[in-house]
Design a protein around this ligand. Structure first.
Ligand code: C2O
Ligand code: CU
Ligand code: CU
Length: 483
């Protein structure tokens, strides 16, 4: 499996989607079902979307046990995929600003793991959101995350972060949703999580090992799932709005979301409300990004939620072909019943935009790739990740301007833990949210300019490419925020 050239598989996917697209209706099923070569067959395609199990805090506290182990159900089948408490995605953890979240993580994998609360503005120290911790197989660790009282309400997620194994473990199935709860009350009838993940399963139900090219370009799964289900359907009634919290939990795949027959009313990005709802034809999410949107069905019918194709550059002269996320059908919206009068969205949302005008320091950070003796090397500023080294030292309480450049021919999503940033500009003129976010795509041979308030927490953490094969290969660095 691992030796199979990816280019052939990708070419087949393209053809299949193209053909199905012309036939109309079911674009994507051939591609995602994989395999004229006789691979894994998903079951339960088209079944109703299920919400992952939700565990909520009470009285300011949520205590939860998570066990990471192989043997989760995926795409309607019993598989050897990885899960938390037997499911992929794991349970949705629901907390409120000011809460304490305690997680006892038990490792029943055959390799080390740990836990990261992606996007949460919590301390990176001790048993908090500390990516340097290591939980050996057969052992447990107690995490304690104190959610600040002024934490934004929104959509976050959790996943393993043990350097060198992150892509394997997320692609294997380890991810879950983390919601911070508090108004405003949107005029919606349903509040749904849509966690999108991808993986490739062998016929026997084990997760396919990546090939060399998968690791270089970032592995993309043949099977694209929503809440662990294959192409589920979502029912709705005309005029009755729903909030969809879409999380790109894929190891490397870009999502370019489009819902047939509908505009998407974007209300939040990366767990932070926009100042006002923004109507979009298409919402692009890099791995790690989240979008909260209000879907307002107008008429009865079937409407496909697609991810369109996204070009991500290529390997340039370094061997390999173009990098591309292929189009895929994610889910189908089924609108049925009698029309209800539509409630308008609020004109304003409680965006929390920090003042970033006073800049204490400016830095340049570069995503770099090189050709070494052992093949392609990935790094930041020409160096591979070293957890012992302080790459950037920042004074706590200050705001900095970082220009993140990309000297490589492929796009890399830049992600910083703990301290979300406001994007000032990008070399490709991509639309700017104006609100804090935690992942931004740096275009091939391009740059992004960010303002980062290093407030609320001090301590040591990391920034990296959220194509997790690149992160595992060394495209990660440390930042030490000192008092
Ligand atoms: Cu979602 Cu450092 O990761
Ligand atoms: Cu993160
Ligand atoms: Cu990358």
């Amino acid at each position: 499996m691992s030796g199979r050239p990816i280019s052939r598989r990708r070419a087949m996917g393209l053809t299949a989607v193209g053909a199905a697209g012309v036939a109309g209706g079911t674009a994507g099923w051939l591609w995602s079902a994989g395999s004229p070569e006789g691979g894994f067959r998903p079951a339960g395609s088209g079944a109703s979307l299920r919400d992952p199990e939700v565990v909520s805090s009470r009285g300011g506290r949520l205590r939860v046990d998570l066990t990471a182990a192989a043997g989760a159900a995926l795409a309607g089948r019993d598989t050897a995929a990885l899960g938390y408490n037997g499911t992929s995605p794991g349970p949705t953890l629901r907390v409120r600003p000011g809460d304490e979240l305690s997680v006892r993580l038990t490792n029943r994998l055959d390799q080390p793991t740990n836990l990261h609360t992606h996007g949460l503005r919590v301390s990176p120290q001790a048993n908090g959101d500390n990516p340097f911790l290591r939980i050996e197989p057969g052992t447990s660790l107690d995490y304690l995350f104190r959610i600040p009282a002024d934490h934004p309400a929104g959509t976050f997620w959790y996943h393993p972060h043990h350097h060198g194994m992150v892509a394997d473990q997320i692609f294997g199935g380890l991810a879950g949703t983390l919601l911070v709860d508090r108004g405003p009350d949107l005029p919606v009838d349903r509040d749904r999580v849509l966690m999108v993940t991808d993986t490739t399963m062998n016929a026997g139900g084990s997760v396919a090992a990546p090939g060399r090219m998968d690791r270089m370009m970032g592995r993309q799964g043949e099977l694209v799932l929503v809440n662990g289900q294959h192409q589920p359907s979502i029912s709705a009634a005309p005029g009755v709005a729903q909030r969809w919290r879409i999380i790109n939990g894929c190891a490397s795949r870009m999502l370019a979301l489009r819902l047939a027959g509908h505009e998407l009313d974007l209300v939040a990005l990366d767990g932070t409300f926009l100042p006002a709802p923004a109507s979009r034809e298409r919402v692009v999410l890099a791995p790690g990004n989240r979008a909260d949107m209000v879907v307002r069905p107008t008429a009865a019918g079937r409407f496909e939620l697609m991810s369109e194709g996204v070009d991500q550059g290529g390997m340039g002269g370094m061997g390999g072909g173009g990098v591309r996320s292929e189009p895929v059908l994610l889910a189908t919206l089924l609108v049925d019943g009698s029309a209800a009068p539509e409630a308008p969205l609020p004109a304003e949302l409680p965006a929390q935009v920090p003042d970033t005008t006073a800049v204490a320091a400016r830095r340049r950070i570069a995503f770099t790739m090189g050709m070494g003796m052992a093949g392609m090397s990935f790094g930041i500023d020409g160096r591979a990740f070293d957890p012992q080294r302080d790459d950037q030292s920042v004074r706590f309480g200050t705001t900095e301007e970082w220009t993140v450049t990309n000297s490589t021919p492929m796009a890399h999503p830049f992600h910083l833990h703990v301290w979300p940033f406001v994007v000032l500009a990008t070399s490709d003129g991509a639309p700017l949210s104006g609100t804090p976010q935690d992942v931004v795509l740096v275009p091939p041979r391009g740059w992004v300019r960010l303002r980062i308030p290093f407030t609320a927490h001090n301590g040591r953490s990391v920034f990296h490419c959220h194509i997790l094969d690149h992160e595992d290969a060394g495209m990660m660095a440390t930042v030490h925020v000192r008092r």
